[in-house]
Ligand binder design. Sequence first.
Ligand code: AVJ
Ligand code: FE
Length: 438
Amino acid sequence: VDDPTAGDLAAHIAGALERARARTRGLTGAVDDADLVRQHSPLMSPLVWDLAHIGNQEELWILRNLGGREPMHPEIDPLYDAFEHPRAERPTLPLLPPDEARRYLHEVRGRVLDLLEQPRWGDAELSRGGFAFGMIAQHEQQHDETMLITHQLRTGEPALRRPAPPAPPADALSLPPEVFVPGGPFTMGTSTEAWALDNERPAHQLDLPGFWLDTTPVTNAAYQEFLADGGYDNPRWWSAPGWEHRQNAGLTAPLYWSQDGGQWLRRRFGVTEPVVPAEPVVHVSYYEAEAYAAWKGRRLPTEAEWEKAARHDPATERSRRYPWGDEDPLPHHANLGQAHLQPAPAGSYPAGAAPSGARQLIGDVWEWVCSDFLPYPGFKAWPYREYSEVFFGPDYKVLRGGSFAVDPVACRGTFRNWDYPIRRQIFSGFRTARNGEL
Ligand code: AVJ
Ligand code: FE
């Protein structure tokens, strides 16, 4: 989507919107209506809230703000404004019942596709490169990941079809444990990626010292060594806020893990199964990631280090869109788009490796980095402050790279996610780094 021609752009947009909608239908059609209106965790909205919120944001940004149309149902707007009601409160609101929510999404989408066929879409800035449509396709996919998190939190019989797990990589055992990223300048962020969101902008130069980075995300096997060594009981490895949280929340292992005799089990989408040693660890908080890294005598990478490892090409001295190059993600590059309902074994996706040799920077698990969520120099909130700007500051830590639940449209080498350091219902893992020269 860097600079497509107008005709291709409309087709590209229609494809991205339909892909998001097919996924939304799958996630909301997998359970009955009673399940859609139920709250499965106070951390999450009922699925029917996400559903109508998707339609409401599409109406707001495409039909009203881009196309200049009148509101369709102004009385429902406050119900679906994420800042008016915290998630825990949403089940008590007079939400649209599932059938009405589905009808609303269908009506909005019909009008959006009509607008897409017009020679001019409206507001010039929002139209540029199809940005407003791209933002809305990403928004729906982001809520699809949110709904997948709700599915994972949900108890009871499995509801989702589980495709076969990805096959292990042929060369996993011969991979070096870490790769070196040479020091020097690199370009962080973007000013040219048409559908990049405000917090990814603008491109700016940074000069970093060389550092070493884990070739792959930290695996369950490695994490289990931390558990076996009493890592959760030794304050030495934890930061002060991390240890306080570990005590208050009674953390003893990643979320969804349990022990049966000597064996670690995990619950995944309604099925309890053995923890697979070769898979990246997932459902850990920032504080757990930080403690593991300290125990290893290492640290979490900074956000800039992560992005340099994922994008910098020393041969051309420019930043790529993805670790493998500028080509949009294909199934052999990365585990994305809920093609599998789990991360792939560490070392998978050799075709998606970065120039440094690091693998799985994109897809599989979101990776905690040690940086707070802050604006880049020259940041401008656009098109609304509530996407990024209101979250900047020390309360949120950044996650990079996207999980198996992220669609390619909402994933780039520059994409930034953020959450509270205590959160672990998200598909979060990490890799570690250390200072040093080659
Ligand atoms: C970027 C994933 C933190 O889900 O809270 C969805 C994305 N913003 N609707 C979130 C978002 C508005 C956001 N994250
Ligand atoms: Fe939203």
